[in-house]
Ligand binder design. Sequence first.
Ligand code: ADP
Ligand code: MG
Length: 236
Amino acid sequence: MKRQEPVIAIKNLNHYYGKGSLKKQILFDINLDIYAGEIVIMTGPSGSGKTTLLSLIGGLRSVQEGSLKFLGEEVFGASQNKLVQMRRNIGYIFQAHNLLGFLTAKQNVQMAVELNDRVSQAEAIAKSEMMLRAVGLEERINYFPDNLSGGQKQRIAIARALVNRPPLVLADEPTAALDKQSGRDVVEIMQSLAKNQGTTILLVTHDNRILDIADRIVEMEDGLLTRNSSNTVIQS
Ligand code: ADP
Ligand code: MG
């Protein structure tokens, strides 16, 4: 298969926490390419470095050693300004949904549009309503997060992450706080929206019931990528 340039290209990436005698290596010689439209799931034990790697890919932390290219541009040595630009092209979904409690579902999504784009308020509202419909929350657009279930809140977070049609979405254990069915619903919504928009997804999870949505599974262990293979999970 002929492939274009990867959305993410990581070469010989190392990462450390702490200073001096407390300095500890967390990531070891990571090499990973992720292509446009791929859904990649990252698994691995707690403490193996998954969130650290995700935060580097997301431009939330500076690259210390090695090369990390996002959309063809080197992130190692990038200025804070450059990192801010980079983050505009990434949607983030975390375990805790990180919604603002004093804003409604629609306002939470709308804010993401208004932060990113020079669009009119009317357009931002229209986009937000469309995304909330896409995640099945059309009846709940004026609800505050406190009045919604965990699964519904996570669906707002998905709408917020995808509303600007970013080339990349990073999700760190997005189903961890959800029951089995809500977790499944949430990833299926993410999968179908991503496929429609051509969005690349990198999703960290412990939840082996959702592995079948991945095109590829990578595994971290003690800071090393120990598996990087096409998904062969049989879909049931
Ligand atoms: P995972 O997401 O796979 O659970 P993390 O990337 O959160 O792993 O953590 C990897 C290792 O780095 C763990 O040993 C953790 O304790 C350590 N760690 C994570 N964040 C920090 C930090 N900000 N400062 C120091 N050590 C950290
Ligand atoms: Mg983590």
